[in-house]
Design a protein around this ligand. Structure first.
Ligand SMILES: Cc1cc2nc3c(=O)[nH]c(=O)nc-3n(C[C@H](O)[C@H](O)[C@H](O)COP(=O)(O)O)c2cc1C
Length: 541
């Protein structure tokens, strides 16, 4: 059964590769008459507006990376408001001519924002009256109450979890992305889930809270918990794919927390009275059958126990370069100012200490400890302008145990030299010296930003070995992990004073050719570039 589904998901992946002479199948033009509304709402559901922080009282950004530095905030309206404000909220606007559009703390391919946020919360002061299931509405910075239930049911649901915990969820509206990107959209939706999950995690960390993905909960149960399977509430509206539910709790990471939910309790919640009907985002949708097949094939089934090897990530701050200017910059400031560079200046150099700080962000317990599996995403790096590092092709193996697997699969004549001055615990290797500016832009769908930054990278997933080890549902998690480390790269870039951009448009197989990959052991999943940005005059922060 799994073998068939794995074949289907590999077929999806192969069919949605961009090739130099043949892009993945898409609509071929922008049909503005069906442009999806970027904001989902549930008409008829009562909305609790969350206050917007008048002043930034978030802790210094550096403290997110130190254990115990941030005392856990109590769960109240203010902390809940900040949790959503620093994860999924609108953080800036852009204007060009008469067009004006919102940007959020979480990035999104094409700024289309297929990701929707949910929460299951207890009674919180006098704005959330009694426990309930809520949809986060960024346009109002509010929580739409879909259903309520008793305190007894809340206690049953959360029994076994630390006091003060709540649940946060994510789902995807595939149509929002496929409207523009066609068949490749399922990939982008899952990248975006990874970005949003890391955004939740960082925002939680700024409140002294810890996030763990409840990875034993199956997709059908998540759909039921958040009301995504309530066909009558989505009558004319585009459906949402259930993605994940995470536990957020105050205090320290704790590996003995169960990763499942009680299905009987979820069933009782689902049988309650629900309010609101999902809005229709487009007057008409064009179906993309291959996305439905891939989504179906990669659903997480019930009954899976997580026995994956976990990786808690590196800890503490020696990895974070101390720059006096950045010593006190707040977490809120970095998270809100995060933007995608639309172009790079082609001249800015960064220091290798800053480069190591950026890499360390992706190896830290944020984001590693939130996902109960060891890293499956590694970086093929094109270093262009990093003081102290010779330009060339590098490899960062995010899990040392996988170095041999990479050596067996990469070109035989690579150097595998550790750069002088590189921290001992970092698995960074120089593979080949040279000028990769043109090549890196070329493999990123000829986007100049990949060659004009200080460096760019391709994220390589341990592909077929992971699907065989876990199952077809892990396909989505590979993208989630890439999106999570992508979110860390975005923030790290802001922290060292430059800017990043996620790159979902790349030529898949040409990247494999650079490394000499012959099969599906590794697959390229996402690109990223970091460097000195060209100012975007359309931006209003
Ligand atoms: C998964 C993903 C793929 C992206 N791909 C590209 C890309 O190929 N080229 C590009 O210029 N920007 C790309 N972006 C950046 C988005 O265009 C950007 O996030 C969006 O416009 C919102 O802007 P913001 O990041 O400043 O909030 C990508 C972002 C994500 C999350």
């Amino acid at each position: 059964m799994d073998d068939d589904l794995i074949k289907k998901i590999i077929h999806y992946h192969e069919a949605t590769k961009h090739h130099f002479n043949k892009p993945a199948r898409g609509p071929g033009f922008m049909d503005w008459s069906t442009q999806p509304d970027p904001f989902r709402g549930f008409e008829g559901a009562p909305v609790a507006r969350l206050p917007v922080g008048a002043t930034d009282d978030s802790p210094p950004y550096r403290q997110l990376f130190s254990t115990d530095a941030i005392p856990p905030a109590p769960l109240n309206v203010k902390s809940l408001a900040r949790f959503f404000e620093l994860s999924l909220a609108i953080s800036a606007w852009k204007q060009s001519g008469v067009a004006r559009w919102a940007l959020r703390c979480n990035p999104s391919s094409g700024n289309l924002h297929p990701t929707e946020g949910y929460a299951v919360l207890p009674a919180v002061e006098d704005i959330l009256l009694g426990p309930g299931v809520f949809h986060y509405a960024p346009i109002q910075h509010g929580l739409e109450r879909r259903t309520g239930f008793s305190s007894e049911l809340w206690d049953e649901l959360m029994g076994g979890f630390p006091d003060g915990s709540f649940l946060a969820g994510l789902s995807s509206i595939h149509w929002r992305e496929s409207w523009k990107y066609g068949e490749r959209a399922f990939r982008y939706c899952n990248h975006d889930i990874g970005h949003a999950l890391a955004a939740y995690q960082l925002s939680a960390a700024s409140l002294g809270w810890v996030l763990i993905l409840l990875d034993e909960v199956d997709d059908a149960l998540i759909a039921s918990l958040f009301g995504l399977d309530r066909d009558a509430d989505f009558e004319d509206a585009e459906s949402e794919q259930s993605d994940l539910v995470a536990l957020i709790y105050p205090g320290k990471a704790n590996s003995s927390i169960p990763l499942d939910l009680n299905a009987d309790v979820v069933k009782k919640i689902a049988e309650g009275t629900w309010q609101g009907k999902a809005n229709q985002l487009s007057p008409a949708c064009r179906p993309w059958e291959i996305i439905d097949i891939a989504a179906q094939a990669s659903l997480k089934p019930a009954g899976h126990k997580n026995d994956a090897e976990t990786f808690s990530g590196i800890d503490e701050s020696p990895i974070m370069r101390m720059s006096p200017a950045m010593e006190t910059v707040s977490a809120g400031q970095i998270i809100r100012q995060r933007r995608s560079a639309v172009a790079m200046d082609g001249v800015t150099h960064i220091d290798c200490e800053d480069f190591y700080t950026v890499m360390a962000h992706t190896l830290h317990r944020l984001p590693c400890a939130g996902i109960p599996w060891s890293p499956r995403i590694h970086f093929c790096l094109y270093v262009h302008r990093v003081n102290g590092l010779v330009p060339g092709l590098y490899f960062l193996v995010r899990d040392h145990a996988k170095t041999d697997l990479a050596k067996e699969n990469f070109k035989e004549d690579f150097l595998w030299e550790k750069p002088e001055g590189c921290p001992g615990w970092m698995g960074l290797y120089l593979l080949q010296k040279g000028d990769f500016r043109q090549i890196s832009a070329q493999v990123s769908c000829t986007q100049a930003i990949a060659g004009q930054g200080a460096f760019s990278l391709g994220m390589l997933a341990e592909f077929v070995p992971s699907l065989n080890e876990f199952g077809p549902w892990f396909y989505r998690r590979l993208f989630w992990e890439s999106g999570m480390v992508g979110q860390m790269l975005y923030l790290a870039a802001e922290y060292i004073g430059v800017r990043g951009t996620g790159i979902g448009c790349y030529f898949d197989d040409p990247v494999h050719k650079i490394l000499g990959l012959q099969d599906n052991t590794f697959q390229s999943l996402y690109h990223f570039t970091i460097g000195g940005p060209v100012e975007d005059t359309r931006l209003e922060q």
